[in-house]
Design a protein around this ligand. Structure first.
Ligand code: PMP
Length: 348
């Protein structure tokens, strides 16, 4: 240790003696944000070489992916959370400083709502089934949410019923209800859609989008189709619960995708095609995005990229510009990756 330390000290002295020349370049000036809310949106597109992450995809096939982990709470849900809070404030349903936000969710909407509520001085009460992972409950509490749990046997419906009860029993509270809230869709119509359109300079042929509440697809999809009616909107849903394909509700392991029903915020009229993806294919694609491209995103991101691969294998789509959206960070699923990787290793 002594010898190594002496060697390091000598190298440092040599480096200092050698004048290190560093040039600075001007970088564009951006405004200083006044709150976390001002950091929401303006995420970038990333070119994904599909053949590097999916087998059997033609060399050269690529997709442009909007990387939503660039939002302050690391998911696309920052956008609707902010728009829904602002909408409630404008309607007088929330009073800055004293309001109370109530929602039934264990997902990204809860994280975004809790953090943005904290920034605005609101209490935030989130109701979730008692089988939500400790990881998930920990994140919600870490951003200031009060967590109420309902028996998981009652599913999402039990959580909604309890949230409604809490809302009615709590004066000054507002029930967000993202599945019915028009501001969820508006967020993507006013931010996600215009950002994509501007960043591709109007050159987009296909928009591939996962569906949970349908807010992203309905808002961004509508904006893009209004600008360019030929844009093909492809919805991605779980094979285990293929509702938009006309199938039965079921269980699946793609967090953020449908909770067994088609939400009122889903505009089915915009959808040109539905691609279903299995849980295993979604996880595999997400692992490859992380390990082959260094892009640590969630399971639903794996699902939409897998769907892009299905499209890329069709010859007629060879020269089309495909854009998709990767909803969240893969840091939220660490225990799942560990399990998936162990299973994969076991099959080799
Ligand atoms: N993926 C993830 C990880 C999500 O949190 C969500 C939001 N529920 C979605 C996909 C689907 O987005 P949307 O609700 O806008 O359909």
């Amino acid at each position: 240790v002594v010898a190594a330390t002496a060697q390091l000290a000598q190298r440092t002295a040599e480096a200092a003696a050698h004048e290190i020349h560093i040039e600075t370049r001007p970088v564009p000036r951006r405004p200083v944000a006044a709150s976390v809310a001002e950091l929401v949106g303006q995420t970038q597109l990333l070119r994904l070489p599909l053949a590097r992450v999916l087998d059997g995809v033609p060399e050269g096939a690529e997709v442009l992916a909007k990387v939503e982990l660039g939002n302050p709470l690391a998911s696309s849900k920052d956008r609707p959370a902010l728009f829904m809070l602002r909408g409630a404030e404008e309607r007088g349903q929330l009073t800055p400083g004293t309001g109370i936000v109530v929602e039934a969710t264990s997902g990204n909407t809860g994280i975004s709502l809790a953090a943005l509520s904290a920034a605005r001085g609101y209490r935030c009460i989130l109701v979730l089934p008692d089988n939500a992972t400790p990881e998930r409950v920990g994140i919600l509490r870490a951003v200031g949410a009060e967590v109420v749990q309902t028996p998981h046997q009652g599913g999402y419906a039990a959580a909604v019923a309890r949230a409604e009860e809490i809302h009615h029993a709590t004066p000054g509270s507002w029930f967000c209800c993202q599945h019915e809230n028009a501001d969820n869709v508006r967020a993507h119509y006013e931010s996600t859609g215009p950002e994509i359109w501007s960043d591709v300079d109007g050159e987009i042929d296909v928009f591939v989008c996962g569906v949970g509440t349908g807010g992203t697809l309905s808002g961004a999809g509508r904006f893009l189709k209004e600008r360019r009616p030929s844009v093909r909107v492809v919805a991605v849903e779980p094979e285990g619960s293929p509702l938009l394909s006309g199938g039965e509700p079921g269980t699946h392991a793609i967090p953020g995708f449908n909770g067994g029903f088609i939400a009122a915020t889903t505009d089915r009229g915009l959808i040109d095609e539905v691609v279903t993806v299995s849980d295993a294919d979604a996880v595999t694609a997400a692992r490859r995005l992380a390990c082959d491209l260094g892009l640590l995103v969630g399971v639903s991101s794996g699902a939409v990229v897998h769907a892009c691969g299905v499209l890329a294998r069709r010859p007629e789509l060879a020269n089309q510009r495909v854009v998709t959206l990767l909803p969240d960070t893969g840091e939220r699923y660490l225990s799942l990756w560990a399990r998936a990787d162990a299973e994969l290793a076991g099959t080799r």
